[in-house]
Design a protein around this ligand. Structure first.
Ligand SMILES: [Zn+2]
Length: 315
């Protein structure tokens, strides 16, 4: 039998190629096409998950109304940047961002229904730099943050953990949940890199004190340093927090050879982190994980690391 021990859902779709960031941009449709081709080689035991466009009310679980409207209007008026900052867009970007958020929520529903126990969503644009009121970096809507709120509001779960291993700090996700004791956000990222919000003393604020970890890693360090921090800081916090569901902001720009990130992780680093996530999810979350693509800008490296991640999800 070739069937994985547990059923893994994967989502990828050509609709994400419609988000055009302009010539020379690292977060490109070409990057996505290479990843899509790699995911298409997975055997049919990996359950393909469908598209589903997010409703505006779902975007508003996290984002402020005026920011949603700003994204809509900027795309309708053919702007090439969001007025909120440095995010490149095209006339399709609002629609594509809704598709990306919706696909993650569909994956959440599919996992909650028990059809699959874990899922990976290859979507773009990414989301973890987007705050409630502002797009930043290459991010428009914060899919993973919306998924956390959706799990609470639509599925009645109380405590959600988000592990973010993109090479950049997920400042948007951190800011959204910084005072929230019901969502635990843990980011492993390279120090002194965009968006320059790395701060190892930031453990959460107000009622959210203790439910945040901001773990900067030394420039040029390899995966062993990240795994040491995982053991020393991440695992003890997840064990103390006891989440009902695990979300992963899965960027692959810490992989060696990435043109933006300066770390030296390997495909095996991602496989090992994935196995550790499964252990934590088995312990606290009934095995439930939804992982969502964030960064990763060397197309071949991205495809290899994602395959290592998804195969490890299948155990
Ligand atoms: Zn990144």
């Amino acid at each position: 039998m070739n069937e994985p021990i547990q059923r893994v859902g994967v989502h990828y779709n050509a609709c994400y190629e419609r988000h055009d960031t302009g010539p020379g941009h690292p977060e490109s449709a070409e990057r996505y096409r290479v990843l899509e081709s790699a995911l298409a080689t997975l055997p049919p035991e990996f359950v393909r998950l469908p598209c589903r466009r997010a409703r505006v009310a779902e975007i508003l679980l996290v984002h402020e109304h005026y920011y949603h409207d700003l994204v809509y209007r900027d795309t309708e008026t053919f702007a090439d940047r969001l007025r909120s900052g440095d995010t490149a867009i095209c006339e399709e970007s609002y629609d594509v961002a809704l598709e990306a958020t919706g696909a993650v929520l569909e994956a959440v529903d599919t996992v909650m229904a028990g059809v699959v126990s874990v899922a990976f969503c290859a979507v773009r644009p990414p989301g973890h730099h987007a705050t409630a009121a502002r797009g930043m970096g290459f991010c428009i809507f914060n899919h993973v943050a919306i998924a956390a709120r959706y799990l609470q509001s639509h599925h009645g779960l109380k405590k959600i953990a988000i592990i973010d291993w993109d090479v950049h700090h997920g400042n948007g996700t951190e800011a959204i949940f910084i005072e929230d004791p019901t969502v635990c956000y843990i980011s492993l990222h390279e120090a002194n890199l965009y968006p320059y919000t790395d701060d190892s003393s930031e453990r959460g604020q107000g009622a959210g004190q203790g439910a945040n970890l901001n773990i900067p890693l030394p420039n040029h360090s390899d995966g062993s340093i990240a795994l040491q921090q995982w053991t020393a800081q991440l695992e003890p916090l997840i064990d103390a927090f006891q989440p009902d569901f695990l979300l992963i902001s899965a960027g692959f720009d810490a992989r060696t050879g990435d043109p933006i990130g300066g770390l030296r992780w390997t495909d095996e680093t991602y496989a090992e982190m994935t196995r550790r996530c499964l252990v934590l999810a088995d312990k606290w979350c009934g095995g439930r994980i939804v992982s969502t693509l964030e960064g990763g800008y060397n197309p071949q490296g991205l495809a290899a690391a994602v395959l290592a991640h998804v195969r490890a999800l299948a155990r």
